[in-house]
Design a protein around this ligand. Structure first.
Ligand SMILES: Cc1ncc(COP(=O)(O)O)c(C=O)c1O
Length: 442
């Protein structure tokens, strides 16, 4: 027997868009935000002016009980802002501020209705919540062949999704639209529901599609939706904003895809992790873009409640301290200027990588995959095995890079000072020559 609150939410979702209801996983259909202790204490917060003894925290003299040693570490925030539980939805001011920031960074969204973001424990947890809500065992998750490895644990190992990959690049080094279309159409027609994970800027290659490529992706997903397949487009925008040339799409592809078709549900995952250089704060967001019949508010409210239920059932709530830090930082006077300065530094490094790699001396050793954004770039090695080279570089030169498969070597230029970039690639080149001389070629 389904929980009556879940049933009520399902009814609201069905009324707003029946396809969105169909797309929910079994877990997603069963999810709800409990009324029990949380709503009773929320009510008490408003009305219990004499004594409020509802929730599992401790108070003293009208303030959150705290150890001085803990609060001594936190400058400028009160115990209430730091130590008390945040709501499972996230603190309201941060949700509003982040939504406004999403629209500011993606101006074409200003004409579209999107949900309020739900706060997650950064993107990994956001992806995990998405997997709980929208992925049933055996569902198809479509991804490129160059991807962040953790999708495997999140979607395949934990939720039983079938990961189906298409080549990210064609032979000319462009986004492989033909392979993308073929993969999406054939899986979609077979199954009636697909989850398409789009990650730009891409980890590991540092590639973001162009506006034309984004338009083609949109057409493909729209055609699939028109043919009767339910499509969930999950955009992993971890590295959003770190764009280094004008040719690449400057908005999230979430903006391109939102509101395109009732059978196309868009879920945006983003966060302070990389965008605000705050990896360990663990603050991320889950935002929905849906086509709705009539007023979008009830449908979004129902999706937000289910999503907050998934947060409640996994981590209960994300760190209040971290959320306050991000909120205060976003409201600080130098926030935009400081971010622009960091972007300038990262862009300079990307340009230096491009300059160094333009040397024809390296042509026999590797070909770089296209990159225009993000933290990384990737080399396709021509003569030696990537893992053999990685170990050799580490042992002989003390240089640490990431090997991916047999041919690919990922370089996080986000961690390199501009003046060290030439030396880094020269060292990789020497490492390759060493292996070639030792006869360790592929
Ligand atoms: C593409 C991609 N998505 C998500 C994440 C995880 O981000 P978070 O630290 O916010 O969980 C990473 C981290 O490396 C990533 O590269």
């Amino acid at each position: 027997m389904a929980n009556p609150i879940a049933e009520e939410l399902n009814g609201i979702i069905r009324e707003g868009n029946t396809h969105v209801y169909e797309m929910l996983s079994d877990v997603g259909k069963a999810l709800f935000f409990p009324k029990g202790i949380l709503s009773q204490s929320a009510e008490a917060k408003v009305k219990a002016h004499r004594f409020n003894a509802t929730i599992g925290m401790a108070t003293e003299k009208g303030s959150a009980m705290h150890l001085p040693a803990v609060m001594a570490m936190v400058n400028g925030l009160t115990p209430e802002q730091t130590l008390t539980y945040a709501p499972s939805f996230g603190i309201p001011a941060l949700r509003k501020t982040w939504k406004a920031a999403i629209i500011q960074k993606n101006p074409s969204l200003s004409a579209k209705a999107i949900s309020l973001p739900i706060v997650s424990q950064a993107l990994t947890h956001g992806l995990s919540v998405v997997a709980d809500m929208w992925v049933d065992p055996g569902d198809a998750l479509l991804l490129p062949d160059k991807l962040w490895g953790n999708y495997n644990l999140i979607f395949q190992v934990r939720r039983g999704a079938e990961m189906i990959q298409y080549p990210l690049f064609d032979s000319e080094g462009k986004f492989h639209l033909k392979a993308f279309k073929a993969c999406v159409m054939s899986e979609g027609e077979k199954r009636g529901k697909v989850i398409v994970l789009l990650n730009f800027p891409n980890n590991p290659t540092g590639y973001t599609v162009t506006p034309d490529e984004a338009a083609e992706i949109k057409e493909t997903l729209k055609n699939l939706a028109e043919s009767g397949t339910n499509v969930i487009a999950v955009t992993d925008d971890a590295y959003f904003g770190l764009f280094y040339d004008e040719q690449c799409l400057q908005e999230s592809i979430f903006s391109t895809l939102t509101g395109v078709h009732p059978r196309l549900l868009c879920v945006k995952l983003d966060g302070a992790t990389k965008e605000d250089f705050a990896w360990g704060l663990r603050v991320g967001f889950i935002t929905y873009g849906v086509t709705v019949h009539g007023d979008p508010v009830p449908l979004y409210d129902a999706l937000e409640r289910k999503t907050a239920g998934a947060v409640r059932g996994s981590i209960s709530n994300a760190s209040h301290l971290s959320q306050e830090i991000v909120l205060k930082a976003m409201g600080s006077q130098d926030y935009s200027a400081a971010k622009a300065e960091k972007l300038r530094i990262m862009k300079e490094r990307a340009e230096e990588v491009k300059r160094v790699l333009s040397d024809s001396r390296y042509d026999g050793a590797w070909a770089p995959y296209p990159f225009n954004s993000g933290y990384f770039m990737c080399l396709r090695l021509k003569t030696v095995d990537a893992e053999t080279l990685r170990v050799h570089l580490l042992d002989k030169y003390g240089v640490g890079l990431i090997s991916l498969g047999k041919t690919d070597l990922r370089v996080a230029f986000s961690c390199l000072e501009k003046e060290d970039i030439q030396e880094l690639f020269d060292t990789v080149y020497h490492g390759i020559k060493d292996l070639e001389e030792m006869g360790h070629t592929t």
